[in-house]
Design a protein around this ligand. Sequence first.
Ligand code: PGA
Length: 270
Amino acid sequence: MRKPFMAGNWKMHMDNSQARELASGLAGRIGQVEAVDIVLCPPFTALTTVAQAIEGTKIALGAQDIFWEDMGAYTGEISPSMLLSCGCSYVIVGHSERRGRFSAWPEEWPDELRAVFGDNDTTVTWKAAAALEAGLTPIICVGETIEEREKGLTDAIVRDQVLAALQRIRQGDIPKVIFAYEPVWAIGTGQVCEAGEANRVIGMIRQVLAEKVGDAAQNMRILYGGSIKPGNVEELMQQPEIDGGLVGGASLKVDDFSQIVETAARVKGA
Ligand code: PGA
């Protein structure tokens, strides 16, 4: 049995006072939910604030990115041990926005900015491996753009991204990884992937993982992400391959994210 999992990716939202309010609200409403693993991923600057607000609850803390070295002259970067010291147990790795694969490219940004955050298949596997070495669970994001989907490349792109992400991960650590299938065109657009199609792609990811770890792939959690809302989460959670979600916009409101978690608990909980 795979325990349902719901993570909120706050992206670049919430200063410290807003973060305290949101996390405290969630702690009060869903802090004692047992049936779903709940993770909040605020910006780095709010990690400590959120850690305090969720203390004593069952909600866990995650970061949105990580660097692979543990210390040194890497201005602006955040190391695995720094994340641990803030109370993190999870970290998102290779989100499409960090790979420069936005659902809509900001018009005023010149093309030279396309690699702005620098993530690619190589940095993703370095980051994921470093997270695991430190005892953090990476949530690795994969997914195709609309152009790739229209060319029929979805499965090939997703498969390549999964295999590339695993490259530096020790065989024995692979079963600890959480993957999130996040079609780029569904992120922040309100255009959710049809539940059956998300289920199919996630099933394909599980097959790729089975090629690496055999039956252990059956116990690995694979999430869907992209425009999850209280109104569409039930259908998504009814799919047998979808073990949970990575939620962006709807994780910024206590009521929306709580409803999403409660629905996952009802549909998938024991
Ligand atoms: P969204 O973002 O829910 O706002 O579409 C999801 C994500 O990017 O993780």
